[in-house]
Design a protein. Structure first.
Length: 184
């Protein structure tokens, strides 16, 4: 018998001073049985960094035709394609051909460093690609915020994101491996 996804609900209030974006999103995140709390929270972080009224979560793990998150134009053209972790080089190239902007949010410490050393030089020719890295201690702090029901405040200013849950604040400063950190 297959395991079902675990549903997490998040009320995410975003104040992004860098992009002048202010909104509250009621999000439902389905956590696949093989997905870790770390990856779930990095998905939520990716949403916060690139929030838009048309940004939506993809179908999830195991779907080769959709990213973790994406934003499509009203004409169904893919404006932004967001991947997490250390995706396959061919998948990234395919995404760069399909979307105006591709963002990879890597995490995983040494594994992310090894992945980047392997694929970084060959991906350099993709001018519509940005690769950001979230350090391992920050990912652990984000995972500690994970609950089935979350109320989070998100403040973005000068390239730093602060995710606030009750009395706990996690500061996130993505490191650009390639391209510039620009959430829009």
């Amino acid at each position: 018998m297959a395991l079902n996804a675990t549903i997490h609900k998040a009320e995410l209030s975003i104040s992004d001073m860098d992009r002048h974006y202010y909104a509250t999103h009621a999000l439902t995140l389905a956590r696949h049985p093989s997905e870790t709390e770390e990856r779930l929270m990095v998905r939520l972080l990716a949403f916060a960094l690139h929030a838009d009224e048309r940004l939506e979560f993809g179908k999830g793990l195991g779907d080769d035709d959709e990213p973790a998150l994406w934003r499509r134009a009203y004409t169904d053209e893919v404006e932004q394609w967001i991947e997490l972790g250390q995706p396959d080089e061919a998948r990234i190239r395919k995404a760069c051909g399909r979307a105006r902007q591709v963002v990879v949010l890597s995490y995983g410490g040494r594994a992310a460093d090894a992945w980047w050393e392997k694929v970084g030089s060959t991906l350099a020719r993709n001018t519509n690609l940005t690769v950001l890295d979230i350090d391992e201690p920050t990912v652990r702090q984000l995972a500690a915020l994970c609950e089935r029901g979350m109320r989070l405040q998100c403040l973005v200013q000068d390239g730093e994101l602060q995710l606030i849950s009750g009395e706990t604040t996690v500061a996130v400063r993505p490191r650009a491996r390639m391209g510039e950190y620009a959430a829009a």
